[in-house]
Each structure stands twice: as structure tokens, then as C-alpha cells.
Design a protein. Structure first.
Length: 473
């Protein structure tokens, strides 16, 4: 692996400036065809928008389109645009695990393979799934030099070491054999699967916006690097897996620290929501621009409400965090909507949903008839599951309100965000980048990476006692 302070393991001469393009892994830059070991992560419902991906791709930088919650035709349209405007340049799509509805994940992979999407960001996976394995091993073949050609590249975002282990190993043999028996992969692909890890890149997701375990990057990242190295001693195929850092990266010093900790690349998320290219509403961007480091809260994740999974969101000026927590507590304590006391039931209908439970259920029923009939059948037999689906409707509604920028319902916005944005806002206040309309995803990448290189140059100069030749920013 490359060092964090120089390209190809070569330490800079005392007094010389570190090049931002030399930070991290040279293999990451070469494999993805990018200028920096840097990526912009996906965000649900095209918050990580087409414009964001195109802007980054044209600048020679990698970004992942936020496919979660989108219809297949919408995703296909986005892929068409990326092919026209970026071509063979760097771009990718999100592949979101769907624990509640595996059919949705299957559909995502069918679209990815049909349109020959060559990069995915795999998010929210707990264990390898059949669709993920199918995507990874489809197209495997033996190259002329005897190595395995891997057309489909996977970046896995993980926050738990036990999950990271799966991505450092070949796909589970039993899943591969099931796919082979069904005829969706070939015998050659199944055989070669034993020689490749499930991922090319493994991203340590620390204190991030949205789904989070709030791990500390200074603990999680070195642990994953160590586990990669241990895995490589046992399975040589794991050696090329790059380990990156995400969560809390909002200023150059944080990015520099990630590379010092051993990151092969860095990935940003929350800070990109407050940019011109982001796919959310202007009203949300106005709110995000005012956020401070302490303006975040951890709440139940609406899509996994029954599991107690957590998500980090903006809380400043919003009722959403308190209401999300209350719905989770009500779900835990009660067995049905009818079990709620009259005062609570009225409050939820009038203030949270702004319509009756019956109206919410009819809308929910119509959705699940199309998307997940098995969950609907269960709800019709199990009152607690019906209550769960009704409560989840509030979380879906809160995302839609934020995306639309509804002024009337602003207090119910769900805005997934981490403290990195607060740190960025503080640093940019009073500068030309203070307003979100002047912030662009590619420019932020340049600012962060060049700034990180300057930080490391100064630190190196302090260690050697030599004044550096400053790099241009």
C-alpha cells in the first residue's frame, strides 16, 4: 500500500511541499481514473444528484448517485446521462441493502447489470446478499496474464468490523452455488469468485449523517486497516483492498488526519448537501448553511424502525428529531394503533401526520400492494406490524417534505446530516464560499485535498525543522 505522505511510498524531501494528488492510494486513483484519492458518497432519493455526479466526473473525481428510493426508470435515465456526459470517466451508483424487501435489491442489481454500471457504493449491508454477490461476480474472466478481470467494482461502507470481514473475503460459496444453480452466473464466474474479495474498497464510516453507529474514526479506521492486513496474510486476494475513511470530514485538518491514520482514500457526504449541485430543496440548503457542529441529533432510522437502528439528523429549528424518537417509543410500548390512548392518537393524527390513521393506512396499503405484498399481508394479520407501517409513513413523509421545501411543514423535515457540515460552515464563514450557492462539490474536493496537503507539509516541516515550499491552493 502507498504511504499517506507521498506517492508510491517515496517520502518528500525536507523542505518540499506535499502534492494533494499524492495523498492516499495510487492504486485507488489509477483504478478509478481520478485525480485524488477522494470520493463523494451517495445520499438517498438523489440528494446525491445527477448534477453532483456529472460535476465531479467532469473534474476527474468520483461520485456516487443516490439511487435509494428511486424507481428503476429514474435510475436508468440517470445512467444514460452519465454515459453521455462522463462516458468512461469516474462515476458510480448506490446499491442499498433492502432488509425489509429483498425484491427491491434484486431489481436494483438487474438495472445495474442491464446498463453495465461498473461502480457501486454498497451501503447498509449487514451480511452479503444474493444480489450483491451476483453483481460482484458477473463478468469475471481470466485475463491474458492469468489474473482475474473484475469488471464490477464495489466500494463497501461499513461501521462494524464484523461486517468488514465479509468484504475482505471471497463471496460466500453457498451463495455463489445458488446463483450458479439458478443460471444467473456462469461456471467460470462461479469458479473465479473464489479468487476475488467481495469489495475493492472498504470505507470506514464513522460519525456520519444518516445511518450511523457513531464510531470514532481514530478507532475504527486503524482497526479496519489492521483487519485488512491480517486478512491479506491468510487470503492474498484481500491485500489489494483499499481502506478509506468517511464521517466527520469537513475541514482540511480532518482529511489530513484520516490520511495519517492510514486511509487509502477519503469519502465525504454531509458537506455536499450544502452545495449548488445537491438534489435537495433550497430551503433545506438555507437551513444547513446555518448549522453548527452541535446542531445534530441521533434518532431512530425510519426504514429500520423495528430494529432500533439509528440515524444522525439536523435538529436545529425542527420538531422531527423529538417526534421520531416518540414514535419509536410508542412502537416499543404498544401492540396496535387501537392500544394508543385517545389523546396520543389525536396528537399523532393532527400534528404528525396531519390526516387520520385511516387515510395514512390507505396510502400505505396502496404502496405495499405494489412494492411488498408480503409485508402488507403480515400487517393485515398483525396489528403491531400495521402500526409499524403507519409510523414509518411519517418518516417517508418527512423526507418528501424536506425534498419539496414545503414552508408550511418545515418543522417536520428529515435532514440527514453529520457534524462535519458544522465544522465546514464555521471555517467558510466570511469567505467567498460562505453561501451554499457558491459551494460546488468539485471545488470543495480541491479545497479539502489541497488544504490537507498543506497541513501535512507544515507538520512534516515541523518535524524536520525545514520551511516547506508551499503548494498552490
Amino acid at each position: 500500500m502507498t504511504t499517506t505522505l507521498a506517492q508510491a511510498g517515496r517520502t518528500p524531501r525536507p523542505g518540499s511541499a506535499i502534492d494533494a494528488g499524492a495523498l492516499g492510494s495510487a492504486a485507488f486513483r489509477a483504478d478509478h481514473g481520478v485525480r485524488y484519492a477522494y470520493a463523494a458518497g451517495s445520499m438517498y432519493k438523489a440528494v446525491a444528484s445527477e448534477d453532483m455526479v456529472v460535476t465531479m466526473g467532469r473534474a476527474g473525481l468520483l461520485a456516487y448517485f443516490g439511487t435509494g428510493g428511486l424507481r428503476a426508470d429514474r435510475v436508468a435515465d440517470a445512467v444514460g446521462r452519465f454515459e453521455r456526459e462522463i462516458g468512461n470517466g469516474p462515476w458510480g451508483l448506490n446499491l442499498l441493502a433492502s432488509h425489509e424487501n429483498p425484491a427491491k435489491e434484486n431489481e436494483q442489481v438487474r438495472v445495474l447489470l442491464a446498463h453495465r454500471v461498473r461502480r457501486v457504493e454498497a451501503a447498509s449491508f449487514i451480511v452479503p446478499t444474493r444480489p450483491l454477490v451476483r453483481y460482484r461476480i458477473s463478468g469475471l474472466r481470466t485475463a491474458r496474464d492469468g489474473t482475474v478481470h473484475i469488471p464490477n467494482r464495489v466500494m463497501a461502507k461499513v461501521s462494524r468490523p464484523e461486517v468488514a470481514r465479509y468484504f475482505l473475503e471471497p463471496p460466500p460459496r453457498e451463495i455463489v452455488q445458488e446463483l450458479l444453480a439458478e443460471g444467473v452466473v456462469t461456471a467460470e464466474e462461479a469458479t473465479l469468485a473464489e479468487r476475488v474479495p467481495l469489495a475493492d474498497d472498504l470505507c470506514a464510516e464513522a460519525d456520519s449523517g444518516g445511518h450511523t453507529d457513531q464510531r470514532q474514526l481514530v478507532v475504527l479506521l486503524p482497526d479496519l486497516v489492521h483487519r485488512r492486513n491480517v486478512a491479506a496474510a491468510r487470503l492474498p486476494a484481500a491485500a489489494p483492498v483499499r481502506v478509506g475513511a468517511a464521517g466527520g470530514l469537513g475541514v482540511p485538518e480532518s482529511v489530513a488526519a484520516a490520511f495519517v491514520l492510514g486511509a487509502d482514500f477519503v469519502l465525504t457526504g454531509s458537506i455536499n448537501q450544502c452545495t449548488f449541485e445537491c438534489g435537495t430543496s433550497d430551503r433545506v440548503k438555507d437551513m444547513l448553511q446555518q448549522a453548527e457542529v452541535h446542531d445534530m441529533a441521533v434518532v431512530p432510522a425510519g426504514d429500520m424502525l423495528e430494529t432500533g437502528a439509528r440515524a444522525q439528523v439536523l435538529r436545529r429549528g425542527l420538531f422531527y428529531p423529538a417526534r421520531a424518537n416518540r414514535l419509536y417509543e410508542l412502537y416499543r410500548r404498544h401492540d396496535s394503533l387501537e392500544d394508543l390512548d385517545e389523546r396520543t392518537a389525536l396528537q399523532l393524527q393532527r400534528r404528525y401526520f396531519r390526516r387520520s390513521f385511516e387515510q395514512v393506512w390507505e396510502e400505505t396499503r396502496a404502496y405495499y400492494e405494489r412494492a411488498d405484498p408480503s409485508s402488507l399481508a403480515r400487517a393485515e394479520q398483525d396489528p403491531k406490524h400495521k402500526m409499524l407501517l403507519v409510523f414509518k409513513a411519517y418518516f417517508v413523509q418527512s423526507i418528501r417534505l424536506a425534498m419539496s421545501g414545503s414552508e408550511e411543514h418545515q418543522v417536520d423535515y428529515q435532514i440527514n446530516c453529520g457534524p462535519a457540515l458544522g465544522a465546514l460552515n464555521s471555517r467558510l464563514r466570511g469567505t467567498s464560499r460562505e453561501h451554499w450557492r457558491a459551494r460546488h462539490v468539485d471545488d470543495l474536493a480541491d479545497w479539502l485535498m489541497r488544504g490537507a496537503a498543506d497541513v501535512l507539509t507544515r507538520q512534516l516541516a515541523g518535524l524536520t525543522g525545514n520551511a516547506p515550499h508551499r503548494s498552490r491552493t
